[in-house]
Design a protein around this ligand. Structure first.
Ligand SMILES: Cc1cc2nc3c(=O)[nH]c(=O)nc-3n(C[C@H](O)[C@H](O)[C@H](O)COP(=O)(O)OP(=O)(O)OC[C@H]3O[C@@H](n4cnc5c(N)ncnc54)[C@H](O)[C@@H]3O)c2cc1C
Length: 390
């Protein structure tokens, strides 16, 4: 039976990025149940990077990820991974204090942005209605990510470093015996010194199969539509525009508009499909928030965003079994935060030096530790390093 230092479960942004980081140092297999990588959440995201989006643990990782997107390793992709579009966040008078606090934190992380009266928002996004809003935050560096190039770049370089990718292969049972993991997957079986759980919406299910306590990770469905902008409008210069209350967002996408009602419907892990009601809500909210009408939906889809109860990342060794490493709870930041999250997970998994951004970018290990759900502080995998690869 083939033995690897690490087996990674899941071939989305999380699994591919950590496969690249680990395969630089060790022998690695990546197991993905679907026929291709990125079929679930990673292939269904809005694929933007905004350093003002999501819980603080993720925002710190996103800022730490930006240098990778701007300067990926040689041979990663034949074109830039980012295309700047900018972001505009709109706040009501009651939300002004929260937006000002976000601005303060962006200052701390040296993220270019400025606060402006909401009445100036149409200068950047001519269709947005500003009634009810008083303050706006403009983040010029928000960018579209080429998520396909990101995924394929990671896998290409990782394969070059010896990564074994097994597609159409579901990890069915994982048993720790004799100091190694015995993994039975559809069509194959293998052993590994450590397991990395990058199974997205299925992360708790994979843990349960491995006899590891689940962390309360909950998948939520989110819906997206695209439609044509008003005739004769060039939308290419519009920023991605959000309301702070998170009831809608929209952005230009390949000459059309992509929009979401920012829904968050709890669901079992599944192949998510859009619900007609959520699509109707999306259309209604966009027509109220802007001067646009949506006579016809061009495309529609849904995907899952998976959160821990505190919405912070779940990265690190399991407190009960340090050779089981979590890279989960990506929520709405799993593409934009993948590079730094993977570097951190790989450092914890291998017991090597933590990346500089952990201290310089204010990434708090206690906040993201899987041990926090069971009353244990800090990173057990870091303070008691996981077994070194043979
Ligand atoms: C509408 C929408 C918009 C979004 N917009 C953004 C955005 O703009 N920017 C951003 O950063 N994020 C965004 N997100 C969130 C982002 O998509 C996720 O955070 C990210 O894709 C999670 O990646 P992942 O690798 O953890 O999960 P996934 O991509 O779902 O990968 C997990 C993989 O594990 C596999 N798997 C599960 N169980 C097993 C098993 N037992 N054996 C083998 N394989 C298994 C699955 O088949 C799956 O392919 C958005 C999400 C949605 C739905």
């Amino acid at each position: 039976m083939q033995h690897f230092d690490y087996v990674i479960i899941g071939g989305g942004a999380a699994g591919a990025s950590v496969a690249y980081e680990l395969s630089r140092l060790a022998s690695v297999a990546l197991i993905e149940r679907e026929m291709g990588p990125g079929y679930h959440s990673t292939g269904r995201s809005a694929a933007v990077i905004s350093e003002n989006y999501g819980p603080m643990g993720w925002q710190a990782l996103v800022t730490a990820s930006r240098p990778f997107f701007e300067n990926p390793p040689p041979g990663f992709a034949d074109h830039p991974l980012l295309r700047r579009i900018g972001a505009l966040y709109l706040a009501t008078p009651e939300e002004e204090a929260a937006l000002a606090a976000s601005s303060h934190d962006l200052d701390r992380r040296n993220v270019d942005h400025r606060l402006l009266p909401a009445s100036e928002a149409p200068t950047f996004c001519p269709v947005v209605r500003t009634d009810g809003f008083s303050l706006a935050l403009l983040e010029p560096g928000c960018a579209d990510i080429d998520a396909h190039a990101l995924l394929q770049g990671y896998l290409k370089l990782a394969r070059g470093q010896g990564l074994s990718v097994r597609l159409s292969t579901e990890a069915i049972s994982l048993e720790r015996r004799g100091g190694r993991w015995h993994l039975a997957a559809s069509g194959t079986s293998l052993t590994a010194t450590s397991v990395v759980n990058a199974a997205g919406a299925w992360a708790d299910k994979v843990a349960t199969r491995a006899g590891i306590r689940p962390k309360g990770l909950q998948p939520y469905r989110r819906t997206a539509i695209t439609f044509d902008p008003p005739a004769g409008t060039d939308v290419r210069t519009w920023p991605m525009t959000f309301d702070m209350a998170e009831t809608w967002y929209f952005k230009p996408e390949a000459g059309r508009i992509m929009a979401s009602p920012v829904d968050k419907t709890a669901t079992e892990p599944c192949d998510a499909a859009p619900d007609e009601f959520d699509i109707a809500v999306a259309i209604d909210r966009i027509e109220r928030a802007t001067t646009m009408s949506v006579p016809r939906v061009h495309s529609k889809w849904a995907g899952l965003r998976t959160f821990a109860a505190d919405e912070q990342p779940v990265i690190g060794s399991d407190p009960d079994e340090p050779s089981f490493i979590w890279l989960a709870g990506q929520g709405g930041n799993g593409v934009m935060g993948a590079p730094a999250a993977a570097q951190l997970a790989a450092a914890i998994a291998t017991g090597t030096n933590l990346p500089d951004f952990v201290t310089s970018r204010g990434v708090d290990l206690a906040t993201i530790s899987p041990g926090r759900f069971h009353g244990s502080k800090g990173q057990s995998g870091w303070f008691q390093p996981a077994p070194a690869p043979p």
